[in-house]
Design a binder for this molecule. Structure first.
Ligand code: IPD
Ligand code: CA
Ligand code: CA
Length: 275
């Protein structure tokens, strides 16, 4: 079997190949009928293109790595926002977001990606995030470094929160005036340099890895949003935790990723705003 004969570097190269193939399909279908469908509410959307992209990647994995399990948003996510399949399973598994940033995709904002992470016994070991519009490809393998289009990545050098540019986003159910994330946003004003909401968590994590963002926090993300990006952040020298500061696990409901230097300061602001 292919998986036994090859190592994680081969799996990474295959993940890149699948993400590029899915990216070509997404670009081809982008200007046709999208058939937009609401999942949980008006800000949780899926299109026919998400489904086609996911089918393509699942088919490649099933044929080339039949002994590996697969977790993907449109197949496993359900329609009620369940955290399907977040618990670690044994062996190698592929975790797919066929279009991360679907709202950007629908609105023709060139900031969305195909995100493919690979975990081994529950631990993320490989990540590939590909933006098919810009051609930006972010990759990492545990112990092998992180790369943007083949060039090494490193997190930003900001030492203090006052120099930090921080990303965040809303989970669909948090898009209301009393949400915690709004309190946290307010509480960062005057403390961080500024905040960005770019609309694709996988790419936000890659931006932390590349030093464009100093940090990123988000509640309620799913394994497919983060499995790839978190390997990329860690391999670029960053830190990824949950809201309590513990090491992030794929089953966690909160994520804070930074360059390391501002991690404690950011956690302190977020925690006090959430009380
Ligand atoms: C969304 C994006 C967005 C985040 C949302 C996610 P989707 O994923 O990652 O940045 O704020 O919570 O649901 O639905 O576009 O795959
Ligand atoms: Ca997503
Ligand atoms: Ca998606």
């Amino acid at each position: 079997m292919k998986a036994q004969a090859n190592g994680e570097e081969t799996m990474l190269q295959d993940a890149v190949r699948y993400s590029k193939e899915a990216g070509s399909l997404v670009m081809e279908l982008m200007n046709g009928p999208l058939r937009i469908h609401e999942k949980v509410n008006l800000s949780d959307l899926v299109t026919a293109v998400d489904v086609r992209s996911e089918e393509l990647v699942r088919a490649r994995i099933a044929s080339e790595y039949p002994e590996h399990w697969i977790l993907s948003e449109e197949t496993d996510g359900g329609t009620n926002g369940e955290r399907g399949g977040a618990d670690p399973r044994p062996g190698y598994g592929w975790i797919i977001d066929p279009i991360d940033g679907t709202i950007n995709f629908i609105h023709k904002i060139a900031h969305f990606a195909i995100s493919i992470g690979i975990v081994k016994d529950g631990e993320p070991v490989v990540g590939a995030v590909f933006n098919p519009v810009t051609g930006d490809l972010y990759t990492a393998r545990k112990g092998g470094g992180a790369f943007w289009n083949g060039q090494p990545l490193a997190v930003g050098r900001e030492r203090e929160l006052g120099q930090a540019l921080i990303g965040t986003g809303f989970q669909a159910k948090d898009w209301h005036p009393d949400s915690v994330v709004l309190r946290q946003l307010c509480s960062l004003t005057g403390k961080a340099r500024n905040v960005r909401i770019n609309g694709a968590a996988s790419l936000d994590l890659c931006h932390v890895a590349s030093g464009r963002l100093t940090g990123f926090w988000h509640d309620g993300l799913y394994p497919w949003d983060v499995a790839a990006g978190l390997v990329i952040v860690r391999e670029a020298g960053g830190v990824v935790s949950n809201r309590d500061g513990g090491e992030f696990a794929l089953s966690d409901d909160s994520l804070v990723a930074t360059n390391g230097a501002v991690h404690e300061a950011l956690l302190a602001v977020l925690q006090s705003a959430a009380r």
